[in-house]
Design a protein around this ligand. Structure first.
Ligand code: ARG
Length: 573
C-alpha cells in the first residue's frame, strides 16, 4: 500500500503544490468500500488553489486516471475517491507475501540502531504483580516488532534482586522458613514470608531493625546472607523461567539491580563533577525543581543508594558497554515520574541517549472487573492463570476436534495465546479486564479466533495438495476487465494484506502491540468473508489458482503477525 500511495502522491504533486510526503499523509481509507480504495480530502487545498474542493478533486481525477495503478477516480463531497487497478496491485502484494513476507511488513527502517528493551523485570522476594505480567507480554511483542523493523534489539530483564526487602526476607526465613517448603514453591513461599514479616512488624517494630541488620550483612558480604540471597534468586528464577518458556519469552540478558552495585560510584562521581549533586535533608539529590519535578534521590541519608541511581548506572551500561543507542523501558504507569526524572538527569549529564530513551507505560489489569491488591496478599499468579487457560482450551479442543493429533501442544498454544491476545488487543494505556469465558471465546475478538482462522487457511492449503509454497498469483495475459479480475471479497482481502507494513510502522512508532493485534483481527475478518463467499478448491482452474494464492498469502501474513505479538500459529486445532 505504501508504494502505491507514494505513486499516487507523486502524480499529484504538480497540481497541488504539496510535497509527496504531505500527500501520502493526507490519503485516507474511505469508511465505505463503495467510495473507493483511497480518498484525498481536498478541503485544505481550496484556499491555496482558490477553487472549491470538488472542482479541485475533478482536476486531480483527470490526472490520476492516467497512471496505470489507478482504475478510476472521481470527486464526491469535497473528496477525491480513488479506485486502484486490482490485478497488478493484488499480484504485487500476494507475490511478496508468499516469497518474502518480511518485505511485506518491513522496510527495515531502523537498521543500524541498537535498542535495549527492559521488560518483565520482576522483584525477587516481593510479589510478581500483574504489572510484571503485562510488562512481560507487551515487552516481548515490542522486542519482536522492533526487530522486524530493523533494530538490533537486546532484551533485558532488570530483575529486582537487591534492596532492603532481602534483609526482611532473610530475617523472616531464619525465623519461620524452612528449606523444603521454599524449594517446593519458592515464589509463593518467599511472598508468604514477605507478608508475614510485614504483619508481624506492625506488632513488633524491632523486626524492622532485624531486617535492616540482615540487609547490612548482605551488603557487607556476610557469607550466610549472601548464600541465602543467591538461593532465593536461583529458586525464583526457576519458576519465572517456566512461565517465560510457556509465553515464548526469552531475554538476551538477566542483569538485575545487584549487577550495578559496583557501577554506581562512577555515576555519583560524574554527578559531582557535573555539579549536579546537592544535599537535601541529609540525602544527596539532583535538584529538578526547574523542571517542576521533585528531586531525584541518588543517595539516602543513611548512605544507601537507591532505585534511580541503579537505573542511571544501568542506562550508562546499556549505552557504553552494550552499544545501545535507544533505551526502552516497559514499565507500568505508576513509575511515570521515576522515568521522567531519570531521563531528565541523563539529559543534564549530557548523555546523548537521553533523547532516545522511552518509557513505554501501560494500564492496569483487572480480573473479572476487580482490582487486585498485592499488599493484602491478593495475588494472581501468572502460572495459575496460564495453567487454567490451557486446561480450558484443552476441554474446548476435545469437544470441537476429538481426533486432533497433538492436543497437548495445541491446548498450550491456544490457552497461552488467549491470555496474551486479550492483553495485547487493548490499547496499551487502557485497562485490561480478564475473564476466562471471554478470552477463550472462539467467536469473539480473541486469540483462538485468530488462530482458528490461521488453521482454516492451512487446512485449505493442505487439502489442495501439491507444493503450495511455490504458488504465485496468476496474472492472466491480456486481462483487461480489471474490475472483474477480483471480486469484492477477494479485493477486500488484498487490501488488508496490503496494510501489513502500515500496521508494523505504527506499532513500532507508537510502541503499541495493540496495533498489530487489531490488524490480525481485520485480516481475519476479511479472510473469513472471502472464505464464506467463494468456493476455493471446487472452483474453475483460474479462480482456484488465484484463491489459493490469496489463501497462502493470508496464512503467511497471519503467521508473521501472530509471531510479532508472541502467539503461536497452529496449523490445526
Ligand atoms: N523491578 C521493578 C518493579 O517491579 C521494575 C523495573 C523496571 N526497570 C527499570 N529499569 N527500572 O517495580
Amino acid at each position: 500500500m505504501k508504494a502505491v500511495k507514494a505513486t499516487i502522491a507523486k502524480a499529484l504533486v504538480p497540481a497541488t503544490g504539496l510535497t509527496e510526503d504531505e500527500l501520502v499523509q493526507m490519503l485516507e481509507y474511505p469508511p465505505n468500500p463503495e467510495l473507493g480504495d483511497l480518498a484525498l480530502p481536498c478541503f485544505k487545498l481550496a484556499k491555496s488553489l482558490r477553487k472549491n474542493p470538488n472542482e479541485i478533486a475533478q482536476t486531480l481525477a483527470t490526472t490520476l486516471v492516467q497512471i496505470p495503478e489507478v482504475a478510476s477516480a472521481a470527486p464526491a463531497g469535497g473528496f477525491l475517491n480513488i479506485s486502484l487497478a486490482r490485478l497488478p496491485f493484488a499480484k504485487a502484494i500476494v507475490d511478496v507475501a508468499v516469497q518474502d513476507v518480511h518485505a511485506l511488513f518491513s522496510a527495515d527502517r531502523h537498521t543500524g540502531h541498537r535498542a535495549a528493551v527492559d521488560y518483565s523485570s520482576p522483584n525477587i522476594a516481593k510479589p510478581f504483580g500483574v504489572g510484571h505480567l503485562r510488562s512481560t507480554i507487551i515487552g516481548e511483542s515490542i522486542v519482536r516488532l522492533m526487530r522486524e523493523d530493523g533494530y538490533d534489539v537486546i532484551g533485558i530483564n532488570h530483575l529486582g534482586d537487591w534492596g532492603t526487602q532481602f534483609g526482611k526476607t532473610i530475617a523472616a526465613y531464619l525465623k519461620w522458613g524452612d528449606e523444603e517448603t521454599v524449594r517446593a514453591n519458592p515464589v509463593r513461599e518467599l511472598f508468604k514470608l514477605y507478608v508475614k514479616f510485614h504483619e508481624e512488624a506492625e506488632r513488633n517494630p524491632s523486626l524492622e531493625e532485624e531486617g535492616r541488620y540482615w540487609f547490612k550483612q548482605l551488603e557487607d558480604g556476610n557469607p550466610q546472607a549472601v548464600k541465602l540471597w543467591q538461593w532465593f534468586i536461583d529458586e525464583s528464577l526457576k519458576v519465572f523461567r517456566k512461565t517465560y518458556d510457556l509465553l515464548n519469552v526469552s531475554f538476551d540478558h538477566y542483569l538485575g539491580e545487584s549487577f550495578y552495585n559496583d557501577k554506581m560510584d562512577a555515576i555519583v562521581d560524574e554527578l559531582i563533577a557535573d555539579n549536579l549533586l546537592v544535599e537535601d535533608q541529609g540525602a544527596e539529590v539532583v535538584d529538578l525543581s526547574a523542571y517542576d519535578m521533585p528531586p531525584c534521590i541518588i543517595k539516602k541519608s543513611d548512605g544507601t543508594s537507591i532505585y534511580a541511581t541503579r537505573d542511571l548506572a544501568a542506562a550508562a551500561y546499556r549505552h557504553d558497554q552494550l552499544g545501545a543507542d535507544t533505551l526502552v523501558y516497559v514499565v507500568g504507569g505508576e513509575q511515570k515520574l521515576h522515568f521522567q526524572q531519570l531521563f531528565k538527569v541523563l539529559e543534564l549529564m549530557g548523555k546523548p541517549y537521553a533523547s532516545r530513551a522511552v518509557h513505554v507505560s501501560f494500564g492496569l489489569m483487572k480480573f473479572n472487573g476487580a482490582r487486585l491488591s498485592t499488599r493484602r496478599g491478593h495475588v494472581v499468579y501468572l502460572e495459575d492463570v496460564l495453567a487454567k487457560a490451557i486446561d480450558e482450551a484443552r476441554k474446548i479442543i476435545e469437544a470441537k476436534n476429538p481426533t486432533l493429533a497433538n492436543k497437548d501442544q495445541v491446548a498450550k498454544s491456544v490457552g497461552v495465546g488467549a491470555v496474551v491476545f486479550n492483553d495485547l488487543k487493548t490499547y496499551r494505556l487502557h485497562e485490561v479486564d480478564f475473564r476466562y469465558e471471554d478470552v477463550l471465546n472462539f467467536d469473539g475478538e480473541t486469540g483462538p479466533y485468530v488462530q482458528y482462522t490461521h488453521a482454516r487457511a492451512s487446512s485449505v492449503l493442505r487439502k489442495a495438495g501439491g507444493d503450495v509454497d511455490t504458488l504465485t498469483f496468476p496474472a492472466p495475459a491480456g486481462a483487461t476487465d480489471d474490475a472483474h479480475a477480483l471480486n469484492d471479497t477477494e479485493w477486500a482481502l488484498v487490501l488488508q494484506l496490503g496494510q501489513a507494513n502500515e500496521a508494523l510502522n505504527r506499532a513500532v512508532d507508537e510502541y503499541d502491540p495493540s496495533v498489530m493485534a487489531r490488524y490480525t483481527l481485520q485480516l481475519c475478518h476479511a479472510f473469513n468473508r472471502f472464505y464464506h463467499h467463494n468456493p476455493i478448491l471446487q472452483s474453475d482452474p483460474e479462480d482456484r489458482a488465484r484463491r489459493l494464492a490469496l489463501t497462502l498469502a493470508t496464512r503467511k501474513v497471519l503467521a508473521k503477525a501472530l509471531y510479532l505479538i508472541g502467539i503461536d500459529a497452529p496449523d490445526e486445532m
